[in-house]
Write a protein that binds this ligand. Structure first.
Ligand SMILES: O=C(O)c1ccccc1NCC(=O)[C@H](O)[C@H](O)COP(=O)(O)O
Length: 224
């Protein structure tokens, strides 16, 4: 089983280069104005063009209208759309059909009922992304640097590819991979020095730690 590594919330050429050179499989770009990682369409087009096929690009949206998706798809031609809001299975299916872009659907997890909810997207989303729930009255639905109880997903087998996120860091990603057997990891805050300030050293350390765990477990590098 391969391990996919995603670096999310990239806003600068320097962070992008660090992630690509380190060997990340997926790069996430955030389109959410309240986020310190929000990108304009023009900036997203420019930064994502520099990926040049070295990784898959992911456009992150929250409860988007078709018009917003259309603008993002035109601006950067993402390989994936990450839906990080309360999009229903019907809405996810609709977006997938309308735009013809694979969907990474995010879920907040606090207990096993949340995992059962995620499984209802089987056959609708192309990949599931398990994240911690945001704090009550928090500004951001994701990218909060919070972890959930990983033992909940020890035997998680949703019948669809999935990824683990929420509070991952260079220091804990190896343990997370070993404990959960996840086929993918996703990080944003854990490779930052402050909100939206990506650390090139932490990006390199995160990818290296994930690959070390991958090698120790005899996994392959993620083909996404
Ligand atoms: O990053 C944001 O600002 C953001 C805003 C709105 C929705 C989602 C957002 N981020 C999601 C992610 O970066 C990750 O997919 C995931 O939540 C992990 O984040 P972190 O715990 O910070 O590593």
């Amino acid at each position: 089983m391969p391990l996919t590594v995603k670096i999310c919330g990239v806003t600068t050429h320097e962070a992008l280069a660090a992630a690509l050179d380190a060997g990340a499989d997926m790069i996430g770009f955030v389109f959410f104005p309240k986020s310190p990682r929000h990108l304009s369409l023009a900036a997203a087009g420019e930064v994502s063009r520099r990926v040049e096929g070295r990784a898959q690009t992911v456009a992150l949206l929250v409860n988007p209208e078709d018009g917003q998706i259309d603008a993002v798809v035109r601006a950067m031609r993402p390989d994936w759309l990450q839906l990080h809001g309360a999009e229903t299975p019907d809405r996810v299916a609709d977006i997938r059909k309308t735009f013809g872009v694979p969907i990474l659907k995010a879920f907040g997890v606090a207990d096993s009922d949340d995992l059962a909810g995620a499984e209802t997207y089987r056959g609708v989303a192309d990949r599931l992304l398990l994240d911690a729930k945001p704090p009550k009255n928090g500004l951001l639905p994701g990218g909060n640097g919070l972890a959930f109880d990983w033992t909940l997903v020890r035997d998680f087998s949703p019948g669809a590819p999935w990824m683990l996120s929420g509070g991952l860091t260079p220091d804990n990603v190896g343990e997370a991979v070993r404990l959960t057997g996840t086929p993918g990891v996703d990080v944003s805050s854990g490779v930052e020095d402050g909100p939206g300030q990506k650390s090139l050293a932490k990006i390199r350390a995160f990818v290296a730690a994930a690959r070390l765990a991958q090698d120790q477990l005899g996994l392959a590098t993620g083909s996404v």
